[in-house]
Design a protein around this ligand. Structure first.
Ligand code: SF4
Length: 66
């Protein structure tokens, strides 16, 4: 399951950052298909059954399937 970080303030800051960058990852310099939210790194982590944790920016949290 994917959920937002439970820290609403942090979520608001990252969402502002995303808006300011036109939907690209606010935590990375590069603007490309790989860094468009949801970025390639987190897409791969979502597809990995063994991954549990936050995306690079801490916006999303992935819980392992039980
Ligand atoms: S999924 Fe997270 S790390 Fe990836 S672009 Fe979106 S906010 Fe950044």
């Amino acid at each position: 399951m994917i959920r937002l970080n439970s820290d609403a303030e942090l979520v608001a800051v990252i969402k502002e950052g995303l808006k300011a960058k036109g939907g690209y990852c606010p935590c990375r310099m590069e603007k490309s298909e790989d860094t468009k939210c949801i970025c390639r790194e987190f897409r791969e982590q979502m597809a990995d059954p063994d991954f549990e944790g936050y995306c690079h920016c801490l916006l999303y949290y992935k819980e392992k399937e039980k």
